[in-house]
Design a protein around this ligand. Structure first.
Ligand SMILES: Cc1cc2nc3c(=O)[nH]c(=O)nc-3n(C[C@H](O)[C@H](O)[C@H](O)COP(=O)(O)OP(=O)(O)OC[C@H]3O[C@@H](n4cnc5c(N)ncnc54)[C@H](O)[C@@H]3O)c2cc1C
Length: 363
């Protein structure tokens, strides 16, 4: 029997990582199709805007995705420098008040005794002297920060090396993907990794999806360790974080976490508040000169593809010869769960392939 024809729709971190892990297996001809590709900046394409760090956000029951991904990200830092990821210490700063509201980042991330204290070898609580003004407690561990402008093209390079064909394309209905394989043959498996696009995509139209708007400032200034706070003095939806990317990628100053807000334009007053929160918390990033000491590369907005009920990771049949594997709805944690979910996508694809082959053999 010949190779299984697979079309992956979506070239964000979810689609690219799914294609990457599948491309390491024998017996598949894979095409990746996307409206946006690495190098594009459009708020509806979330992946370029992420910090991107790892601060586990799942509750203990859902820890496998972040645990599995952490192991692979760590390996990439240690063995694959060209992937554009480096180790960085991460300080988690908490206010008790934020743990009683669901207006901001998921509260599990800010537990005083998170399950992930066993995941990071050097996780420890910080002394009072390192707790930011206005916060109640803080912890620190060595995590990673991904330079998305290097990392996504690195995955593209790995895919090309593994024989995957990547092309632009916009589909209006998921069934159109069936005809988009570079081989000219119909796809028997479609991987749907369209993020927020699945709200409008016919054949999917998932009304559980919604955006969480994230406005950030990318600056040339550098500062370490990373900071991630449970909330900020500027109220719900206004966050305080700082992540220095690997390999000259600048530092991402954040930000906002605005549930249900589709506004794709950076708001200048929000930008001022973001920068002011960061220079107050970490004056040395701007040599003590306040906002005037920041050298801005750009202000930007990305829409996190969130979903009521969490990520949709499941298979369904499109017709008698084609199945779809959905992998979308990763909210604010698409990088830090990417390898866990992609590994599961590969297992679902492999099960479908066996079933389809069994059906053909029984004809
Ligand atoms: C400001 C900000 C900070 C973040 N920080 C972090 C962080 O520190 N750590 C972390 O893990 N995550 C972070 N995230 C979340 C992370 O960026 C997302 O979870 C992740 O990028 C989602 O990836 P995705 O591939 O599912 O979706 P996307 O990146 O949105 O990609 C969707 C793809 O589908 C394509 N597509 C959609 N519809 C169609 C269609 N009809 N036809 C063809 N193609 C289509 C798009 O063109 C695109 O290629 C952050 C996000 C933001 C905005």
């Amino acid at each position: 029997m010949g190779d299984t024809i697979v079309v992956v729709v979506g070239a964000g971190v979810s689609g690219l990582t799914s294609a990457l892990l599948l491309s390491k297996k024998k017996g598949y001809k894979i095409t990746v199709v996307g409206k946006h590709m690495p190098g594009d900046y459009d708020s509806e394409y979330a992946s370029p805007f992420a910090g991107a760090n790892i601060i586990p956000m799942a509750n203990e029951a859902g820890k496998r995705w972040e645990s599995e991904t952490w192991r692979e990200l760590k390996r990439l830092v240690e063995e694959v420098p060209e992937a554009g990821i480096h180790f960085q210490r991460c300080q988690v700063q908490r206010r008790g008040h934020d743990l009683t509201t669901d207006a901001g980042f998921p509260v599990h991330a800010f537990s005083k005794t998170p399950w992930y204290r066993d995941l990071f070898e050097d996780y420890h609580d910080l002394p009072k002297s390192q707790i930011l003004d206005g916060y109640d407690s803080a912890s620190e561990y060595t995590g990673v920060c991904i330079n998305t402008a290097v990392y996504l093209p690195w995955i593209v390079g790995q895919l090309l090396k593994n024989g995957v064909v990547i092309k632009r394309g916009i589909i209006a209905n998921i069934k159109e993907a069936k005809a988009l394989s570079h081989t000219g043959q119909p796809a028997s498996i479609i991987i749907n990794a369209t993020g927020l696009g699945s709200i409008k995509l016919d054949g999917v139209r998932d009304s559980a999806l919604y955006p969480i708007r994230g406005q950030v400032a990318l600056v040339r200034n550098e500062a370490s360790p990373m900071i991630l706070c449970s909330g900020s003095i500027d109220g719900p939806g206004e966050e305080l974080y700082l992540m220095q990317r690997a390999a000259g990628g600048g530092t991402v100053l954040g930000g906002t976490y605005e549930i249900g807000n589709w506004n794709s334009e950076p708001d200048p007053s929000v930008a001022l508040r973001i920068m002011s929160r960061v220079v107050n918390a970490r004056p040395e990033i701007a040599d003590g000169k306040g906002i005037a000491g920041l050298n801005v590369i750009r202000h930007a907005v990305g829409l996190r593809p969130a979903r009521n009920g969490g990520v949709r990771l499941e298979a369904e049949d499109l017709d008698e010869s084609t199945s779809i594997v959905h992998n979308y709805g990763h909210g604010g944690y698409g990088y830090q769960t990417s390898y866990g979910y992609a590994d599961r996508v590969v297992k679902l694809v492999s099960d479908i392939r066996k079933r389809q082959r069994g059906a053909v053999a029984n004809l």
